[in-house]
Ligand binder design. Sequence first.
Ligand code: CO
Length: 208
Amino acid sequence: MDNLSHLLTKNKAWADQIQKQTPDFFRTLSTQQAPEYLWIGCADSRVPANEIVNLLPGELFVHRNVANLVKHVDMNCLSVLQYAIDVLRVKHIIVCGHYGCGGVRAAIDDRPHGLVDNWIRSVRDIYLKNREVFAALPSDEEKINRLCEMNVISQVYNVCQTTVVQEAWKRGQELAVHGWIYALENGLIKDLEVRISTNEEIDKLEFK
Ligand code: CO
């Protein structure tokens, strides 16, 4: 059976290269992490968090799942949020979606996709609640991409409403939540300009 030796070889070359450039890099990192950012993104292999913002190991705390969703019953995501905010004390949470997201696409086509349909059901709900927005868009591609943007904004709202974020703000901890979207075609991130750092600002969000 394939033991994936090509990946282990790549790993060795990568570690050697970093070690050569910065001899103390791994030793220092092994004793502490102090990232300033939590990234909540899609599991899509084409949207690798650290690489697209050019950050090194140790600089970005990361949670990824299909269609970058934040749900109040997801202990995995909520535990990541809690550790990032209460222990690492990150200053920024970035929800980063991407155009052409397969999870978002699947949420609005009418074919069954199995188990994942339950996970992405909330994205379909955003679509159904905002039918008039989509009716005005001429192509399926534009509809999907608009829904990708709306989904990011909706997840920013969800992050802000978690008990962890609410408690952080209540005790005066500095913490901002951002909504970004990445384009697979050119590698560029667009800021959706929904930077929320207080409860008052949440009211400005569309697509809750
Ligand atoms: Co995706």
